[in-house]
Design a binder for this molecule. Sequence first.
Ligand code: OOG
Ligand code: MG
Length: 253
Amino acid sequence: MTLAQLSIILDQAALSANAVPQLSLTHPFTLHDAYEIQRLAIQHRLDRGEKVIGLKMGFTSEAKMKQMGVHDMIWGRLTSGMMVEDGGQLNFSAFIHPRAEPEICFRICRDIPGEVALKELDQFVDGIAAAVEVIDSRFENFKFSLEDVVADNCSSAALVVGPWHAPSRTINDLSMIQLFDEQEVARGSSADILGDPWKSLQAATRLATAYGEPIKAGYVVMAGAATNAEFIKPNTRVTVKVENLGQASFKVV
Ligand code: OOG
Ligand code: MG
């Protein structure tokens, strides 16, 4: 099968909310090919009128690497069709086996020309917010290899971003909690994201440059989850609260 054919399988799995078997077991491909499958799969979304709105980092915390058994940082693309309004609704039937995880999101205010050093990064950011990422592996049983998950756009399915706050250099020790209705389901710290979420944005500038996909003004960058992801169910309000950054929430319907 060609990379283009594999990208159609993943796009159709997402569109129809039907899981597919892990691709790499029957069609082994390299990490380089995996990023090409991802690019092609996202192109199908763009062909349907969506826009790229940013990118996401994955496996930037120990908790996530352990939970999924993958130990390399990965990145994926975020599109307009994935954005859910803060306080809005997420339609459960559009997903396969969705999970939610607590994140921090950066808003980019100037085109990023290449890899940017940690200490220079704040010139490119005009907002930071609490966020929830909804991940929904297109693979059966949420099981994948590094190559599979990269091809599958790093499981990204939806995101909810809370109110923007002025960027602060010191976001490296903020408590982060995820609640389902009033119940706490996960608790971590922004320190769990590479020691400092700014380091995740730094890595994003490096990877975006390496893959020739520059980060543009107006993009959002999700830094990766601080804790395990938890399965969500209909009739639940999902809320992520981050110390100093308020909260982001949505209702699963
Ligand atoms: C892959 C996506 C990882 C994160 O924040 O670490 C990710 C997955 O867990 O299915 O989004
Ligand atoms: Mg994530």
